[in-house]
Design a protein around this ligand. Structure first.
Ligand SMILES: C[S@@+](CC[C@H](N)C(=O)[O-])C[C@H]1O[C@@H](n2cnc3c(N)ncnc32)[C@H](O)[C@@H]1O
Length: 174
């Protein structure tokens, strides 16, 4: 699904008043599990090997036709952003990466991987994150599309995507 960015409006009803502790514990456990690995894709929760990594992640660029900022909401260690920037360059598209994740240690890793872009990586929970700016492209791969607090609410996309910008979720998670 490819959506045009919007200005928000009624979408904020998706947001709960407070984030349940079970949800926050699940996210903490996720970070701990990722950090057991040294492979950068595995630190992003992907265990299919490098060929499948590229085969499954490069299609994200099909939604991207021009240069711009790309926010990965749930960026883990930032490896996907690094790959998308490199793959985009091969296609003649210049992307400026930004990442948000709830895991402070994952964001620390992302900043260490790309020290020159350290201030492009934010620690925060998408449910109550206040984006410092808007982004032309916004991507996410977290549990979504079901009622309840797991995942990134559509309201977040409405707040962070430029009007007319694009948001994308992988096909198998829609
Ligand atoms: C499967 S990884 C995705 C990594 C990378 N974006 C990709 O597509 O390969 C999901 C990441 O989303 C983060 N995450 C899940 N829910 C989140 C939320 N509500 N706010 C911020 N980060 C979240 C997790 O901490 C985890 O690092």
């Amino acid at each position: 699904m490819l959506q045009k960015g919007s200005s928000g409006g009624g979408l904020m009803r998706d947001r709960p008043g407070a984030l349940p502790s079970t949800f926050l514990s699940q996210l903490q456990a996720l970070e701990k599990a990722y950090l057991h690995h040294s492979d950068p894709a595995e630190q992003s929760g992907f265990y299919g090997g490098p060929e499948r990594w590229r085969a499954e992640r490069e299609p994200i660029l099909e939604a991207i036709s021009a240069d711009g900022e790309l926010l990965d909401t749930g960026c883990a260690n930032g490896y996907l952003l690094e790959c998308l920037v490199a793959w985009g360059r091969e296609r003649g598209v210049s992307l400026i990466p930004y990442g948000l994740d709830q895991g402070a240690r994952l964001i620390e890793l992302a900043r260490r991987r790309q020290t020159h872009l350290a201030d492009h990586f934010f620690i925060g929970n998408a449910w109550d994150w206040k984006p410092p700016r808007r982004f032309r492209y916004v991507y996410t791969l977290v549990h979504s599309g079901r009622p309840g607090p797991i995942g990134v609410p559509r309201a977040v996309f409405a707040q962070v995507a430029c009007p007319g910008g694009r948001t994308r979720r992988p096909a198998h998670r829609r």
